[in-house]
Write a protein that binds this ligand. Structure first.
Ligand code: ADP
Length: 223
């Protein structure tokens, strides 16, 4: 059974984490876990977790660590693919979460942490025009809409603006990113796992840069 890389994707809101995680998950045939997608699905289905996290998400605040860590611990406890490889997108986002992840993965350490680097002006522009499918999470842009307005090409769901893509929430998400998430870049630097990748450019171009970084840190023959 071939095994894949264990990857964490970091980057500002709007840096392309979700899009790039989907491309990498296809290329390396590994699962993609987005904590943001998990919470959006929980909200959509009106579950107790959804009710708990909605106010944090809509205002651009982080969901409390204990809730997020519980979700990720459960994912791995219920057969999340430690051996086969995975991509975590949007987790960890705080030092407490990064330390919890080290404990969960103690015998299956991460191969690489990719930091998708995009200037703030660019992410602001991307998020202002971003639209997403409420059903499957596929993302579009007002300049790159689905074939039929606004129906998802992938699954036929409604394509709308995310509740947390408003100007005020985006501003808050960027502040929170600087304060809470930037410190974990240093954490992974010290562990020798961090690779910063230029995230400006067309999707396929950025994908090739990310894949080159993965290939430099992951050798399937060594597992
Ligand atoms: P983005 O990176 O564009 O902000 P995400 O879908 O990753 O999009 O996250 C959206 C929101 O989901 C965050 O603003 C936060 O409220 C919540 N969230 C997702 N992942 C986490 C996490 N690891 N810790 C805390 N909150 C999270």
């Amino acid at each position: 059974m071939p095994v894949g890389p264990r990857i964490v994707l970091l980057g500002k809101p709007g840096s392309g984490k979700g899009t790039q995680a989907a491309l990498l998950s296809e290329r390396y045939d590994v699962e993609h876990l987005s904590t943001g997608d998990v919470f959006r699905a929980a909200i959509k289905h009106g579950t107790p977790i959804g009710e708990e996290v909605k106010v944090f998400m809509d205002t651009g605040e982080l969901v409390p660590d204990e809730i997020v860590i519980r979700v990720v611990e459960q994912y791995f406890a219920e057969g999340g693919p430690m051996e086969d490889g995975f991509i975590l997108d949007g987790f960890p986002r705080t030092l407490v979460q990064a330390e919890a992840l080290e404990r969960v993965l103690v015998s299956h350490p991460l191969d690489v942490v990719l930091d998708i680097d995009v200037p703030t002006e660019v992410v602001l522009d991307r998020i202002a025009g971003r639209r997403a499918c409420v059903n499957c999470g596929a993302t579009y842009h007002v300049h790159m809409p689905p074939t039929h307005l606004w129906v998802c090409d992938v699954c036929g769901g409604d394509v709308v603006q995310r509740d947390d893509d408003t100007e005020a929430a985006v501003e808050r998400r960027l502040e929170v990113y600087e304060r809470q998430t930037v410190p974990i870049i240093d954490f992974y630097k010290q562990l020798g796992r961090l690779v910063a990748v230029d995230g400006v450019g067309a999707g396929p171009e950025v994908h090739e840069r990310l894949a080159a970084a993965v290939d430099a840190h992951f050798d399937p023959a060594s597992r």
